[in-house]
Design a protein. Structure first.
Length: 344
């Protein structure tokens, strides 16, 4: 079962109530459900199905992936149901496509905010919203953030970045870090892949960066879209425009959901994509598994020394000294300790 509870992020307009959380800005008549399928109108209010979580488990921060935020930090991960996108390759479709796909049958446990924050604080960890779309759980995010920050518990998102500017303004102060997918380089390709426009995603990245949230970007190499050189070049150039120190994660496509007849991304294609990222001026380009330990390693952009080594499951060995290279002293961009922005 999924419980529906009163929501925020809406306003009265001619003809109904308008949701202001995502750029679809759905106008809802009584009984209508939004495009996301997890927000609906009930009389003079809007309800959300995202106060509960379908998942509650621990994983390392590197698995989200975050490579420049608090290495080794354990994260208590939550996954409220739903997504604003309808990607045919989604590995988490049973949770993300709740309400949209009849095959997505999930139950969600109400989120006990105080209990979750206490559990994270006692373990010296953080809280993460991932697997589905965390921005649809903005109300839960705000409540978690209000309780988490005074306890020294960082809150992070793995998100598609599809928010309105006013929603970004409200959630940014409680977020320590975000990893946002940039799935395509142009509007047509992005709409074909996700069912949604691209421009709001790029604007969200800019706004979160400007708000001081630690930002990392990911691009899944989807056949026929983001796996192509022309798309990758333009995506890399955009990520570089956020700053050359922005970590860019290249994610291997694996056949699943409605794209089972495609081949997985080859290691050679991932290596090519990494070269494209570096050619665009990005200093930190990562591939989690297919290129071995070297694909996960952080090297000093000044002298080339490997300063952070990572295992597949998040084991991390850092040689950094106060966030700097031990060989040449160059500062490595990131949030490396609890005392920096994004921690307590």
């Amino acid at each position: 079962m999924v419980a529906w509870v009163p929501a925020d992020f809406y306003r009265a307009v001619d003809g109904g109530l308008q949701c202001t959380l995502c750029p679809f800005r759905c106008r809802l008549r009584d009984g209508d459900t939004g495009t996301c399928k997890v927000r609906r109108r009930d009389g003079d209010r809007v309800l959300t199905a995202t106060w509960g979580t379908t998942v509650e488990h621990w994983s390392a921060v590197e698995r989200k992936p975050f490579y420049h935020f608090r290495p080794g930090l354990p994260l208590l991960t939550l996954a409220p149901p739903g997504c604003s996108f309808r990607c045919d390759y989604c590995v988490n479709h049973r949770v993300s496509q709740y309400g949209r796909d009849p095959g997505s049958q999930v139950s969600a446990q109400d989120a006990d905010v105080e209990k979750l924050v206490t559990a994270a604080a006692e373990r010296g960890g953080g809280l993460a919203l991932s697997y589905s779309e965390p921005s649809l759980a903005a109300e839960l995010t705000l409540e978690l953030g209000a309780r988490a920050r005074p306890s020294g518990v960082p809150l992070v998102w793995k998100s598609n970045g599809f928010l309105t500017p006013e929603a970004v303004e409200r959630v940014a102060p409680v977020l320590a870090a975000v990893n946002i997918d940039v799935k395509a380089a142009d509007e047509e390709a992005h709409r074909r892949l996700t069912g949604a426009p691209l421009a709001p995603v790029l604007e969200t990245l800019r706004l979160l960066k400007a708000a001081g949230v630690w930002v990392e970007a990911s691009t899944p190499l989807i056949p026929g879209t983001s796996a192509e050189d022309e798309q990758l070049v333009r995506i890399a150039e955009f990520v570089a425009s956020l700053g050359p120190d922005t970590p860019w994660h290249l994610l291997r496509f694996t056949p699943t959901y409605r794209m089972r007849d495609h081949r997985p991304t080859s290691p050679e294609r991932l290596a090519d994509a990494a070269r494209i990222g570096r050619a665009a001026g990005l200093r930190y380009v990562y591939v989690e598994r297919a290129l071995g330990a070297e694909g996960r390693a952080t090297r000093c952009p000044g002298c080339g020394v490997e300063v952070v080594t990572r295992g597949v499951w998040g084991q991390t060995e850092s040689l950094l000294r106060d966030g700097s290279c031990p060989a040449c002293g160059e500062r490595i961009a990131g949030i490396w300790t609890v005392d920096e922005r994004g921690g307590a």
